[in-house]
Design a protein. Structure first.
Length: 185
């Protein structure tokens, strides 16, 4: 029989109130709280906190406040920048390439809930992974919904709601986000 964490990572319905998952989220909240309380000049401490949060060394720069569910389900490339007030609901993997910029208040959601109200009453949820390519810029206030992929070198306009995957080398914006134009060179 699968654990609730195994179900979660398989994209199946799972119980988010499971004690193991609750402990892991609390660990993450404690680390985010310490990161958010740190000062910019505490570079070594911030690096230590980020390594513990994400489970691997990173050169990411995060402007507090920053929030995520688990941290360990986020894989960051090199030179990733999160501006103020970003949220990553990393119930499933969130994979981010190199040289990616997130404007303030960007929200990345892998978590989702059943469409059926009867199923939602059981307090179960599921998730779909999100992949963001390299050299991507996500404008402030954008929301990335479960299961989307953003292609390399793409720009997502501020305030956009990305409900479907966006290809490489384009500018996409709106609610729902749609390709506005291709990017040359």
């Amino acid at each position: 029989m699968k654990t609730e964490k195994e179900k979660m990572l398989a994209g199946e319905l799972y119980d988010p109130l499971d004690p193991q998952l609750s402990r892991e989220r609390q660990r993450c909240r404690d680390l985010c709280q310490a990161l958010n309380a740190s000062r910019e000049d505490q570079v070594d401490e911030r690096r230590r906190l980020l390594t513990e949060l994400f489970g691997r060394e990173t050169d990411a720069w995060i402007q507090p406040p920053f929030f995520c569910d688990y941290g360990t389900n986020v894989t960051l490339g090199t030179k990733v920048f999160f501006n103020f007030n970003c949220v990553v609901l990393d119930v499933m993997p969130v994979t981010i390439g190199n040289n990616v910029l997130f404007g303030p208040s960007v929200q990345i959601y892998t978590a989702t809930h059943p469409i059926s109200a009867v199923e939602r009453r059981q307090w179960l949820e599921s998730a779909k992974p999100i992949t963001i390519g390299s050299d991507v810029w996500v404008g402030g206030g954008a929301i990335l919904c479960p299961g989307v992929t953003i292609g390399d070198r793409t720009i997502i306009g501020a305030g956009s709601v990305v409900t479907r995957s966006i290809p490489a080398d384009v500018i996409a914006a709106g609610n729902p986000a749609r390709v506005i134009r291709a990017i040359e060179g």
